[in-house]
Design a protein around this ligand. Structure first.
Ligand code: SF4
Ligand code: SF4
Ligand code: SF4
Length: 318
């Protein structure tokens, strides 16, 4: 998937947004993208995961090298005093939710006894129509040829619009990490799973998938994985495949012998749905917000003006 397709997707999204004003859905169904053989999709068999966490550790070995630790967070905190700093101590080491330093987490549902616990590995879904990237105010989020949606660090201003436009609020903010540190006090940047885009380009599998001793996650060409997802669902006697159509379709499919609705209820009961622990449903972006965001997305000049205003504001509040 080339960057050009992000623009195509943006146009499609904007068309969808326009139809939403007339009462339609904002997320147009994916069409040609879904036929692209370059795209790599992951199939996750929820029944096969035993929650060992080896995938999380494998991911952290790589992300720890990619996410900087800010030296002096205090100087950025005046504006961002309500923004959490994840870079130190227990927060830095937290594996129990998604954070800027933890791009993969395991949600746990207990069905009475420890033995019958269910574990769901969660990370960015790598959407076919990535609303986070389409509505990113600076174009920092993009999508690679094989479908990985990732943050280009040099363009991210950490305004968080990607998080607000992700159905699962996946991208996380870390203050003091921006490449724009020298020019702005708003020195935050967004972080999330990048689908191991560098490894994929070398023909290697993402580290989390390599690390799983139970083969709970498999990756392959999108059409093949759609077929495998249906086969696995048939085998389990279900029609539920999470990720196939959500947010216009994604590159991550979950299949479980337990109906997704029951899993969602289990997650709610276990209080395993909260910031950093995504739901198994999607939330719709309110129409009013689409209108504003569509304007920003459609006019790069508006994004530049916003960035200029931020710089001006910073200089005058230093
Ligand atoms: S899950 Fe969220 S962060 Fe990931 S690609 Fe989709 S919209 Fe973007
Ligand atoms: S694909 Fe890579 S970055 Fe994403 S969760 Fe797996 S190991 Fe982490
Ligand atoms: S390594 Fe495999 S079995 Fe272990 S938690 Fe991750 S997905 Fe589940």
């Amino acid at each position: 998937m080339s960057d050009e397709s992000i623009f195509q997707a943006r146009r499609r999204f904007l068309r969808g947004a326009a139809s939403a004003f007339l009462g339609g859905s904002i997320l147009a169904p994916t069409d040609s993208l879904a036929q692209d053989n370059d795209l790599l999709a992951t199939l996750i068999d929820i029944d096969a995961c035993d929650g060992c966490g080896l995938c999380v550790e494998a991911c952290r070995k790589r992300s720890d090298l990619l996410v900087p630790i800010p030296e002096d967070i205090a100087k950025y905190r005046r504006r961002y005093k309500f923004v959490r700093d994840w870079s130190k101590g227990a927060r830095h080491d937290d594996r129990s939710r998604l954070t800027p330093y933890n791009w993969l987490t395991i949600q746990k549902i207990s069905l009475g006894s420890e033995k019958s616990a269910i574990y769901i590995p969660r990370r960015c879904m790598h959407c076919l129509t990535p609303t986070c990237a389409i509505l990113c105010s600076t174009g920092a989020l993009t999508r690679g040829r094989m479908g990985a949606v990732y943050v280009q660090e040099q363009f991210c201003v950490g305004d968080g619009s990607c998080t607000m436009n992700c159905p699962w609020y996946i991208p996380s903010l870390q203050p003091g990490t921006s490449s724009l540190l020298s020019v702005t006090k708003d020195a935050s940047r967004m972080f999330k799973c990048d689908y191991c885009v560098d490894l994929q380009l070398k023909g290697e599998k993402p580290l989390c998938i390599q690390a799983c001793p139970r083969g709970a996650m498999q990756i392959g060409p999108y059409p093949l994985m759609v077929k495998k997802a249906h086969e696995l669902a048939d085998l389990k006697g279900t029609k539920d495949i999470f990720g196939l159509t959500e947010n216009g379709g994604t590159l991550t499919f979950y299949v479980s012998s337990i109906p997704l609705r029951e899993l969602e209820i289990g997650l709610l009961r276990a209080k395993a749905i909260r910031p950093g622990l995504p739901t198994l449903r999607v939330h719709e972006i309110p129409v009013e917000k689409q209108r504003i965001l569509s304007f920003v997305a459609a006019t790069p000049v508006a994004a530049l003006v916003l960035a200029g205003l931020r710089l001006w504001r910073d200089r005058h509040t230093r």
